[in-house]
Design a protein around this ligand. Sequence first.
Ligand SMILES: *[C@@H]1O[C@H](CO)[C@@H](O)[C@H](O)[C@H]1NC(C)=O
Ligand SMILES: *[C@@H]1O[C@H](CO)[C@@H](O)[C@H](O)[C@H]1NC(C)=O
Ligand SMILES: *[C@@H]1O[C@H](CO)[C@@H](O)[C@H](O)[C@H]1NC(C)=O
Ligand code: FES
Length: 284
Amino acid sequence: MMRRAALLALRTISSSTNVALMPLIASCKPLESSGTSSSSWKSFATNSTDIFNTHRDLPHNNASTPFEVSEANMKRINEIIARYPPNYKASAVIPVLDLVQQMNGGWLSLSAMNKVAQILDMQEIRVYEVASFYSMFNRTKIGKYHVMVCGTTPCRLNGAEKIEEALSSHLGIHLGETTSDGMFTLGEMECMGACVNAPMIAIADYTKGVEGFSYIYYEDLSPTDAINIIDTIKKGGKPKPGSQHRSKAEPAGAMISGTWVPSTGMTTLMGPLPGPQCRDLDKI
Ligand SMILES: *[C@@H]1O[C@H](CO)[C@@H](O)[C@H](O)[C@H]1NC(C)=O
Ligand SMILES: *[C@@H]1O[C@H](CO)[C@@H](O)[C@H](O)[C@H]1NC(C)=O
Ligand SMILES: *[C@@H]1O[C@H](CO)[C@@H](O)[C@H](O)[C@H]1NC(C)=O
Ligand code: FES
C-alpha cells in the first residue's frame, strides 16, 4: 500500500513544476521494485523519454511511407480550416491531426504529420511538437481497438489498478503494448471526466476509418465487466456503453472493491448512513 501511495504521490508531483519538491522525487525509489505495477509504470503517458515521443525510422514509418488523404476527408479538413481566420490556418492543427489519426488507423506516422504541415502551411517541426505534446495523439502504430484505462485518483481509488491488471493478463500485454494479432492496444489516460462512475475505460475503434470511428466510455467496471467488454468486441458484438450496472449516474449503488453493491434505498441523511462508510484501502 505504501508503495502505491508513493507512486501516486510521485505521479502527481512529477506533473507539476514545483522545484521545492524535486528532492522528494529524487529520494523516492518506487521504480526499482518488481511486479505488475512497476512494469506498467514504465509506459505512463507522462514518460516523456519513452518511445512514443521519439521518432525512429522504421520500415512502416519513415518520410517515404505513403500517406494520401481521400477527397471526402480533404473536404472534412477544409471544413475545419474554414472555422479559423485564413491567416491563422495553423489553429486547425489539433482537430486536423485528430481526423488524420482516425484516417491512419489510430496513429500519426511521420508522413501523416508532414502532410498536415503541408496542408496547413506549417513548418513540420511545429506539427511534431503538437503531436508529441498531447497524449491523445499516438506516434507509434497501435491496434485496431485502443483500450485506455483511466489512471487518475478517483478511478485509481475505486479499483482502476485491478481493471488494468485484469485487462493486462486477459490480453497478455502490458500497458503501451499491442496484442500479436494487432487487435488491441492497452493504454492509460488521465481523468476522462466520468469519475462519478469510476472506475472506467474508454475504447477507441479504428476499424472503420473516419466514418465509423467511435470513442466509447465503459463505466462502473468490475474486472470481470472489463474482460466481458473485450470478449464481446472480439466476437464482433457491441458492448453496452456507459455504466455497466445502472442507467446513468443515479444513486443505484456503487462499485466497491470490484463488486457492484446495490443501494439500500433512499436516505433522509437524518439517521445513520448505510455502509460501507470506509474503504479498506489495502483491498482496492
Ligand atoms: C520511460 O520509458 C523508457 C522507454 O520505454 C523506459 O526505459 C524508462 O524506464 C521509462 N521511465 C519511467 C520513469 O518510467
Ligand atoms: C521507408 O519506407 C519505405 C516505404 O514504406 C520502405 O520501403 C523502406 O524500407 C523504409 N526505410 C527504412 C529505413 O525503414
Ligand atoms: C499512445 O498510445 C499508448 C498506448 O495506449 C499510450 O500509452 C500513449 O500515451 C499514447 N500517446 C502517445 C503520445 O504515445
Ligand atoms: S478519474 Fe477516472 S474518469 Fe475521472
